[in-house]
Design a protein. Structure first.
Length: 368
């Protein structure tokens, strides 16, 4: 397999639209890296530049030890799996998987061996004589993946391959692609707009916005230590609660107060040093839904609790998502299902202040 490196890569379309801005990224050999971000963030364009399907405007792309800027796609030794499967409808599954090898004039016996090995890995051996129209969406996606596997490429590229599948199949195929990565020990780059896919599949995640790489990190590091407000809000489901307000020094403590006056929370002493220079200034306060804890006695604790009316109760089985109106700002808590909150009544939640985040209101970068 191979290492992939992007050095200061840019893509500017006619009219001056800059889709990817100075991207620097190293994907290590045998690593599974996921590019994630909202629509239009540049993730698919980045993948297509690696594949050679889009010309780069500036920078360098290296696969293995080879600079591939001017290397055509067919000579880059990559295999790409698309969102729409891109299968030939008139060919059987076997011929769809074998077609690329036939074009490259591989021996018939080797083609047969590779196709049957890939079919065995993907559990589609019994489908080899069928045509795509006789397959379900999940089966078609397996065939598309199988067509890539038989190539034995240096790098696998996946462009939102699960977005056409229903929710249950997406979960199943996520696990299958992850297992495939482990068994093949291959380099994989995967594009998705679904942050749950990114969190569950990637060794590392690349978060993009407006053509700029915001952060590259392992999933849990990204979740617990976002570098800015966008990453914090994009990664996590339900997303992080974000509230605008001010840091105030009071009687030797530092407190966060929101504009409505409902939120008044004391910042732990060990976090205060990082806030020097921000006292009296506007900031954004962030707390994950699971760090909004059920107050068993429903008695507010000064400097730690939020007491607000419940707008929506969303049962999720073992948990409840609770949506509260906090001074006109919607906040979400994830609490145990044995709680019995009522809509249109006030509910008290204790904030786990050890896990809160503070972002600069101007730069949106993380302070703590």
């Amino acid at each position: 397999m191979a290492r992939v490196e992007l050095r200061n890569v840019r893509k500017v379309y006619p009219g001056g639209v800059e889709a990817v801005k100075n991207a620097d990224l190293v994907v290590n050999d045998k690593e599974f890296v996921v590019l994630v971000g909202p629509s239009g963030c540049g993730k698919s364009t980045t993948l297509r530049m690696i594949a050679g399907l889009e010309e780069i405007t500036d920078g360098e792309i290296i696969i293995g030890d080879t600079l591939v800027n001017d290397v055509p796609p067919k000579n880059r030794d990559i295999a790409m799996v698309f969102q729409n499967y891109a299968l030939y409808p008139h060919m059987t599954v076997y011929k769809n998987m074998a077609f690329g090898l036939i074009l490259r004039k591989y021996p018939k016996q080797e083609i047969d061996q590779r196709v049957r090995e890939a079919a065995e890995i993907l559990g589609i051996t019994e489908l080899l004589d069928r045509r795509p129209k006789a397959l379900s969406g999940g089966q078609r996606q397996r065939v598309a993946v199988g067509r890539a596997i038989v190539r034995h490429p240096k790098v696998f590229l996946f462009d939102e391959p699960l977005s056409n599948l229903d929710a249950k199949l997406r979960v199943q195929m996520r696990a299958e692609i992850s297992k495939l990565h482990i068994s093949l020990q291959s380099t994989m780059i995967y594009v998705t707009h679904d942050q749950i896919e990114a969190m569950t599949m990637g060794d590392r995640i690349v978060v993009m916005l407006d053509g700029v790489i915001q952060q590259v990190a392992a999933p849990l590091d990204l979740y617990h230590n976002p570098v800015n407000k966008f990453v914090a809000s994009f990664i996590g489901s339900p997303p992080m609660n974000l509230v605008e307000g001010t840091l105030v020094a009071s009687n030797g403590s530092v407190r966060f107060k929101d504009e409505s006056g409902i939120i008044d929370l004391e910042i732990p002493a060990e976090k205060r040093a990082a806030l020097d220079g921000h006292i009296g200034k506007r900031v954004t306060f962030g707390v994950r839904p699971e760090d909004m804890l059920e107050n068993v006695t429903q008695t507010a604790v000064e400097g730690r609790s939020i007491d607000a009316p419940v707008e929506v109760v969303e049962p999720m089985g073992s948990e409840i998502n609770l949506y509260l109106d906090v001074g006109g700002v919607s906040m979400t808590a994830r609490i145990k299902a044995d709680a019995e909150p009522k809509v249109n009544t006030n509910h008290v939640l204790d904030v786990n202040m050890d896990n809160v985040h503070i972002f600069d209101a101007d730069t949106e970068l993380t302070i703590i």
